[in-house]
Ligand binder design. Structure first.
Ligand SMILES: Nc1nc2c(ncn2[C@@H]2O[C@H](COP(=O)(O)OP(=O)(O)OP(=O)(O)O)[C@@H](O)[C@H]2O)c(=O)[nH]1
Length: 246
């Protein structure tokens, strides 16, 4: 079906057109088991009642220790490439990724932050106004998982309570010997921080990366739409519905 929004720019590619929620990665690791947009958001999209016409944008910040694979994750998500060479991020960098969600043009502004301690004060200046925080750790290095709590706390300190959607992503799954237990066990951390967890295999094209990106954009868009609709801010963002529903 031809979109009526094409005058805003070239159409987005087919894999960036999202009409339903991608299936969760694993029910144990995921707090979100619903498959559809909230009815208020769907109705607003159908009636084009989504605020100012134009490009709609959500901010995503990606945080975590140095060398865990934040840049690699973003490059895999946005460009579908993997670079074996390590080039440390200096301060911050960003990518813009365009989508069409429920018939509405939508973009993610994805901020890649440096993991090195000396750049922390530069990077943290970009945490404010995030709708999504992706905390990344290395599945082969348990310490990087332990540090995710601090990264998340720092990022949340710059944002309104309950206004961010959280992801926890484990990288370098290909470096784990098959059938060996993960060195870093993310589930407990995930439950404590109310984040979603997914592991990624960045070296090969991975459907989990794509699903995670679709999810991120969709939840960010729904959250943003919800905040603009006439209902109060969720105290804790979860999938049981909007606060007005209870
Ligand atoms: N084998 C393997 N290597 C990976 C994977 N993800 C990242 N790497 C490698 O790990 C190294 C660090 O990756 P980066 O993406 O630069 O790490 P970063 O977290 O952005 O690092 P900083 O910018 O210093 O914070 C690079 O050499 C990548 O090629 C993965 O899934 N598998």
């Amino acid at each position: 079906m031809k979109s009526s929004w094409t005058h805003l720019g070239p159409p987005v590619s087919q894999d960036r057109t999202i009409t339903s929620f991608p299936k969760w990665y694993t029910p144990d690791a995921c707090l979100q088991l619903k498959e559809h947009f909230h009815s208020k958001v769907s109705t607003a999209c159908q009636h084009r009642n989504t605020g100012t016409v134009g490009l709609k944008l959500s901010k995503v910040v990606v945080v975590g220790d140095l060398y865990v694979g934040k840049t690699s994750l973003i490059h895999r998500l946005c460009k579908n490439v993997f670079d074996r060479d390590y080039k440390a991020t200096i301060g911050v960098d960003f990518e813009i990724e365009r989508f069409e969600i429920a018939g509405i043009p939508y973009s993610l502004q994805i901020w890649d932050t440096a993991g090195q301690e000396k750049f922390k004060c530069i990077a943290s200046a970009y945490y404010r106004g995030a709708q999504v925080i992706i905390t990344v750790f290395d599945l082969t290095d348990v310490q990087t998982l332990e540090h995710t709590r601090q990264w998340l706390e720092d990022a949340l300190r710059e944002n309104e309570a309950g206004s961010c959607f959280l992801f926890l992503v484990g990288t370098k799954k290909d470096l784990l010997v098959s059938r060996v237990k993960l060195k870093a066990q993310p589930q407990g951390t995930c439950q404590k921080v109310l984040a979603r967890v997914c592991s990624s295999l960045l070296r090969s094209s991975d459907q989990h990366c794509h699903a995670a990106l679709c999810w991120t954009s969709k939840k960010a868009m729904e959250l943003k739409r919800a905040l603009k609709l006439p209902c109060s801010l969720p105290k804790r963002w979860d999938d049981s519905g909007f606060p007005g529903d209870h």
